[in-house]
Design a binder for this molecule. Structure first.
Ligand code: CP
Length: 315
């Protein structure tokens, strides 16, 4: 199939075939990072701007590395040192970036729907690098890519997502993507961190961590998003670790080869023990490595589609 979208805004709107196309494209790009000269000319002459309104280590650096491996020119704008501090709106910033003849804007913003709004106002491709509590599509794609690489398939897998489901764009994107590819998803958290009606997304809900781990082929452990938790709805971090933290003892009662994932950054001793984070079941750093290939695939596909759209409009 052909990728026809100028933007990547979320996994909710993607078909199973589109997700599979991104994964297959990422697989073909993965080898580039093993070369002595880690570069292909796929996006030579294109310009990518990383526009980040929130802190980021993995996503920002990964998009930057991915764009450079495709030979694109890359500029990163951190909003605390930009004219955003002087009150410029997202749309004005986006239009000004576009006026600089930029081809792709990768945006992280604290408001759900910000990436979609920007995409409606610019002709450049927009890639959502995380918008509020809504979606973080490339994180879910790299999680799914890693799972497939480790377990050979997604269909029929039992995947448990544990932690701050309520505030998590990573959880939402993973649920959409995994469900479309035929995995069975369970979410596990204290009731206060499970959004009402989440079952409508096709997931099972449990508040029992041992039950969530018992049948799981993989567990994706989410970060507790203290910065979004202004009301301090779940302040007792040690209590959380006691009831929901992933520990070596809990893993001993799970499937022997259970895959342990985390999108990062980890709060060690709250979401999981250091022994688990650095242990034999953990693929956390492999997720980070796979993020490069997945983001190369996304940048390549949206750039190609946008080129096609522009050609059709000038014909
Ligand atoms: N997983 C993730 O989004 O990490 P960063 O916030 O460091 O980008």
């Amino acid at each position: 199939m052909n990728w026809t979208r100028k933007d990547l805004l979320g996994l909710e709107e993607l078909s199973r075939e589109e997700i599979e196309l991104v994964l297959a494209t990422a697989e073909s790009f993965k080898e580039v990072s093993t070369r002595e000269i880690k570069k292909v000319p796929a996006l030579r002459g294109k310009t990518v701007v990383n526009l980040f309104y929130e802190p980021s280590t993995r996503t920002r650096v990964s998009f930057e590395v991915a764009a450079k491996r495709l030979s694109a020119d890359v500029i990163t704008i951190l909003t605390e040192t930009s004219s955003v501090r002087k009150g410029e709106t997202l749309i004005d910033t986006g239009r000004n970036i576009e006026a600089l003849k930029v081809d792709i804007i990768v945006v992280r913003n604290n408001y759900s729907g910000a990436a979609a709004m920007l995409a409606r106002h610019v002709k450049a491709s927009v890639v959502n690098a995380g918008d509020g509590w809504h979606e973080h599509p490339t994180q879910a794609l790299l999680d799914i890519f890693t799972l497939k690489e480790k377990l050979g398939k997604i269909t029929g897998l039992n995947v448990s997502i544990v932690g701050d489901i309520a505030h998590s764009r990573v959880a939402r994107s993973n649920i959409w993507g995994l469900a479309k590819l035929g995995a069975k998803v369970t979410v596990c958290a204290p009731a206060i961190l499970i959004p009402p009606g989440i079952e409508k997304m096709g997931v099972k809900v449990t508040h029992d961590i041992d039950a969530a781990l018992r049948e799981a082929d993989a567990v994706n452990v989410l970060r507790m998003q203290f910065e979004r938790d202004e009301e301090s709805v779940f302040p007792q971090q040690l209590e959380y670790f006691k009831k929901f933290g992933i520990t070596e003892e809990r893993l001993e009662r799970a499937k022997k080869n259970i895959i342990v994932m985390h999108p990062g950054p980890i709060n060690r001793g709250i979401e999981m023990s250091s022994g688990v984070a650095d242990g034999a079941n953990s693929v956390i750093l492999e997720q980070v490595t796979n993020g490069i290939a997945v983001r190369m695939a996304v940048l390549f596909l949206v750039a190609q589609a946008n080129e096609q759209i522009k050609n059709e409009n000038t014909d």
